[in-house]
Design a protein around this ligand. Sequence first.
Ligand code: SAM
Length: 305
Amino acid sequence: MIPPGTLKRWKVIKLYKRAKKRIKKYLKVDFDSLELLFQDNDRNEVLRTNVIQGIPYRKQRKGGKISYAEWAHVIGIFQTLIYQNLKQKNDNIILDVGCGTGLLSMACQGVVQENGYYLGIDVIEQNIRFCKNHYKDKDHLRFQHFDVNNAMYSRENNQFRKQWPVEDEIMDMVTALSVWTHLNEEDALFYFKEIHRVLKKGGNAIVTFFYLDELYFNSLDKRKDEKGRFHNTNQLEWIFNTPAYNSENWLYPKRLKIPENAIGITKKALDKLLMHSGLTLIEYYPGNWKEQPGIYFQDVLVFQK
Ligand SMILES: C[S@@+](CC[C@H](N)C(=O)[O-])C[C@H]1O[C@@H](n2cnc3c(N)ncnc32)[C@H](O)[C@@H]1O
């Protein structure tokens, strides 16, 4: 026997699903248009966190994270990490390498006021053009195109490995969210040294990786051909088994055509990065891509000069 009340709820769900289909069919409303209505309304209802009111519409949410909610979530995670890893809580100067369409600019907005600034650089000129326009009212946010090659994002570019447009030792912090996961060995080493060059003494860098340590190797046997326990991609997508351009310690998943699509680093690679740059590893938060709980999907590593 159907318990009382159940039928009513079931009917409502069915009617709702049917209505959704009809709206789509007859009004030709797609998700992007619905989001215009949703986001504008939602923005007005944000009460405790004004920075997330700057989250762009879907087409401009780049960087491997598309959902509005996920952007807000990731901004929150990194706002906390950035705050915790800064000595002073105001007036900071922060360089965000591979800023995409500005996700971390929102996480940095508070701690760069009043006399500091956030500088986002990216190899995709379109991203920078978007950011300059979208965040134009935010006095402390700056964006600059960094015109170099990345086989995944700017493969037509013939310039390789240039210094960042930043003076020595002026940054309180450097951030790079999902960027070293797109750098081959040569680029990774070169730009890691750049972090050391631009950081003030005692300054920290927050960089995400696919770090192939024992937690990763222990997870391999347990992985199944299904969605992750804590993320929504297939567990088998994240198996780094192929040398990226003959490197022994920078590896990518065989399924990918371009290594820079997703690159993981071994422990030896991390040692090499530290030796080469002079930075020290001070904190490591394993990511949930390793099929265990984590604060974020990728591994978050914090370095100090
Ligand atoms: C996965 S996206 C992440 C974007 C942003 N950090 C986020 O999480 O939303 C990687 C970004 O790094 C940029 N990128 C790749 N190589 C770079 C390099 N050598 N210097 C600066 N940016 C780079 C790409 O253009 C792309 O926007």
